[in-house]
Design a binder for this molecule. Structure first.
Ligand code: HEM
Length: 272
């Protein structure tokens, strides 16, 4: 991997995790505000200004993450792959969820400017889409990222999901104001959603063969489809005929004489 490629990918990874942590904080602050979680003797640390500020910084880091992904010379995403969901050559479904989440997050953040026109009730309904953004982002990070199976990746995703599930469950399971109503069905839906995500992560992205299914068998995501196709054919021929791989690359050598296949092509891009 070249130096520039290492920089863009590291910024993409760090930017992605920072955006995800900030999104978690923003969602948690919003829920804490509606739950009126304040210690009476403490200054009002949790307030609207902090919630708005964290949301803006989240958007900035989403921007950094997307820009770094776009500039990465290894994957060489085209503009359409970055802006249109589900057309990417790299983990298309899971990258698409991130793109949809980013558009929704932008729309929710900008909706504050049209609040006087649409009214508070509609603005509030729109704001509930934040939970959809959170769930899409969680699935996107877990299924697209190359750090999902590290201990710290699991800790970040797991800790975040536990915090948001607990606050959301508390929000729905009991009335938040005297005379208000509880929403037990929504509380149960929250728990069911969390369990489904957990089981899916366990059976999918946390398995060692996840790259193949997430990436539709397209190698590491490096933009060089001719090479990737050849490498896949070699793997396939070797597997089907039990001819050792070393004796097969004659076709590859004939067509791409000077190109050595980078080791990342065989599987997921390595992280340090
Ligand atoms: C709501 C906005 C988004 C958030 C919070 C977010 C967060 C994340 C996180 C946490 C990861 C895992 C990084 C890792 O494992 O090292 C990730 C991976 C990735 N994201 Fe996003 N993402 C968002 C939107 C997007 C968008 C819009 C795109 C594409 C235009 C995108 C493209 C990618 C790619 C290609 C990866 C794989 C990087 C890797 O393997 O390390 N993301 N994202």
């Amino acid at each position: 991997m070249s130096g520039w490629s290492a920089i863009t990918w590291d910024v993409a990874r760090a930017g992605g995790f920072t955006a995800f942590l900030l999104l978690t904080l923003s969602v948690a602050l919003g829920l804490a505000l509606s739950l009126q979680l304040q210690a009476p003797r403490w200054p009002r640390l949790i307030n609207n200004e902090l919630h708005n500020f964290v949301t803006v910084v989240t958007l900035v880091f989403i921007g950094i993450h997307v820009l770094a992904v776009w500039l990465d010379p290894f994957t060489q995403f085209g503009g359409a792959e970055i802006f249109l969901p589900f057309v990417s050559h790299y983990r298309p479904l899971w990258m698409g969820l991130g793109i949809v989440a980013a558009y929704l997050a932008l729309a929710i953040a900008l909706s504050v400017y049209i609040r006087p026109r649409i009214g508070y009730a509609w603005w509030r309904r729109l704001h509930y889409l934040t939970f959809v953004v959170y769930a899409l982002t969680l699935a996107h990070g877990v299924a697209t990222g190359s750090d999902t199976r590290t201990w710290w990746g699991i800790a970040i995703y797991g800790g975040s999901a536990l915090l948001v599930t607990a606050l959301l469950w508390r929000r729905f399971s009991r009335p938040i104001a005297p005379g208000g109503r509880a929403h037990p069905a929504l509380a149960n839906l929250t728990l069911a959603g969390a369990v489904i995500l957990f089981v899916w992560a366990l059976l999918g992205p946390l398995q060692s063969n996840w790259n193949t299914s997430a990436n539709n068998g397209n190698g590491s995501g490096q933009r060089s489809s001719a090479q990737v196709a050849l490498i896949s054919d070699v793997e396939l021929t070797s597997a089907r005929t039990s001819i050792p791989k070393a004796s097969i690359p004659t076709i590859e050598a004939a067509i791409l004489p000077s190109t050595e296949a980078p080791e990342e092509e065989a599987g997921e891009r390595e992280t340090p």
